[in-house]
Ligand binder design. Structure first.
Ligand code: ATP
Ligand code: MG
Length: 412
């Protein structure tokens, strides 16, 4: 795409109310626009990156056999009365009889009840990527805690706790694959009441000073929620590898829960077993904050000049900067697009300084500069955003260079 065509505007000044790196950089880079506290619009650049996160999540959900549905945001209040959750503080209730969905157990359970009746219909898992509404008392940190935000929520249905347990483990593995593909190292932490709660649940968290939670962790992957630790014995060394444990604030980017029969009981969702006897359906639920993930990626991957997007999340894969060599730059853009790459070509009538600054802010992983100077040697300057490493390569080698960068399995 030609950048002169793109609907965006960068801003070199920090927004006055930006309270976090992601709010600052995503706003300045022209990815998002704040509408009010905890509510953002996604501009073309932001939506491209958000859609890439969604795409990765969809692929991994489909891999574990979950099937995508779309439930409404506007939901009937009576469903929430049935589970005793009609009066929670965070719920927006536009009218007396409606609730804006802040979670979807109340919708998915009756939906599954209508679909699955016999033991032969199980197991099943339904998921959606959908907007959630929560009247968060402390909406803050850009995309990290919104009042309207995008979530992936999945719900699984089983004929036994054992079957649920097996699926739960598969889901946890899918979660690790999602975070890795997003360029994030996530730790799986026992949550809820931990050892005091009867149903298992885990949070997936990423180390970041912007996080609201605190975890005790070890590089090897062991991690615990700090609150849970202080309740029981204080641990100093990792029980898995004996290294000294560290402590850090962290961002919760997802969680998985054993719901047991809480919701299936509330909606009298039963199935008939091989002997025709009615049995309880066992449920699990699995959430990921999709828009929070974009915020987290910006928190983890940036420097003072802008975002450094992981390969799979960048709004475009290649950024060509034309320093008054628009024709050649456009030829290279078209060639790379024919090879299947997503290319943004800065053909705007702007100074080189402005083009470099904007490219740093937007954070596309590879930048190719075409100028009179590089063309004099039939070459281009190629720079990796993540490392700052720069190469001068012959024009003819650009496609191979880009291809090699993107076929390398590392996500950053
Ligand atoms: P938190 O403790 O951060 O409030 P939660 O326990 O309320 O999260 P869930 O209701 O299970 O979270 O939601 C699933 C996922 O959705 C969370 O793991 C998180 O990544 C994301 N999420 C939750 N609340 C918000 C929010 N207000 N804004 C953005 N993402 C959110
Ligand atoms: Mg919450």
């Amino acid at each position: 795409m030609k950048q002169s065509f793109l609907a965006f505007r960068t801003d070199k000044d920090t927004p006055h109310d930006a309270d976090s790196a992601n709010a600052k950089l995503l706003t300045q880079g022209g990815f998002i626009q704040k509408e009010m506290s905890g509510v953002y619009s996604f501009l073309p650049l932001g939506l491209r990156s958000l859609s890439k996160i969604e795409g990765i999540i969809r692929e991994e959900m489909n891999t574990v056999g979950a099937q995508e549905v779309r439930m409404p945001a506007l939901t009937p209040r009576q469903n929430w009365e049935q589970t005793g959750r009609s009066n929670v503080d965070i719920a927006y209730t536009p009218t007396e009889n409606t609730v804006l969905g802040w979670s979807h157990e109340e919708i998915v359970t009756p939906m599954a009840k209508a679909l699955f009746r016999s033991y032969r219909d199980f197991p099943k898992c339904l998921y959606q990527v959908q907007t959630k509404f929560r009247n968060e008392p402390r909406a803050k940190s850009g995309l990290l805690r919104g009042r309207e935000f995008l979530m992936k929520d999945a719900y699984s249905f089983h004929t036994s706790p054992e079957d649920f347990q097996k699926y739960y483990e598969e889901m946890a593995k899918a979660y690790f694959r999602i975070y890795e593909r997003c360029g994030l190292k996530a730790y799986k932490i026992e949550s809820g009441g931990g050892e005091f709660s009867k149903n298992i649940s885990h949070e997936f968290s990423v180390i970041s000073p912007a996080g609201e939670d605190v975890m005790i962790f070890c590089e090897c992957g062991f991690a615990k929620n700090k609150e849970i630790i202080s309740e029981s014995a204080k641990q100093k060394v990792c029980p898995d590898c004996q290294k000294e444990l560290q402590e850090s604030p962290c961002i919760e980017v997802g969680n998985i829960f054993d719901l047991g029969t809480k919701y299936s009981d509330a909606f009298k969702f039963h199935f008939s077993n091989t002997d025709g006897i009615q049995k309880h359906v066992h449920m699990g639920c699995y959430g990921i904050g999709v828009s929070r993930l974009l915020g987290t990626i910006a928190e983890i991957h940036h420097d003072e000049t802008g975002i450094k997007f992981p390969k799979n999340i960048a709004p475009f894969q290649v950024h060509i900067l034309s320093l008054r060599e628009d024709q050649k730059a456009d030829e290279i853009r078209q060639e790379l697009e024919e090879d299947g790459f997503e290319v943004l070509c800065d053909d705007r009538d702007e100074s080189p300084g402005k083009k470099f600054a904007d490219a740093d802010l937007i954070g596309i992983p590879i930048r190719i500069v075409i100028s009179k100077r590089t063309l004099a040697e039939n070459s281009a300057e190629v720079k990796y955003r993540a490392t700052g490493e720069t190469h001068y390569i012959p024009l003819i080698e650009i496609p191979r260079f880009v291809w090699e960068f993107y076929t390398d399995s590392s996500p950053t």
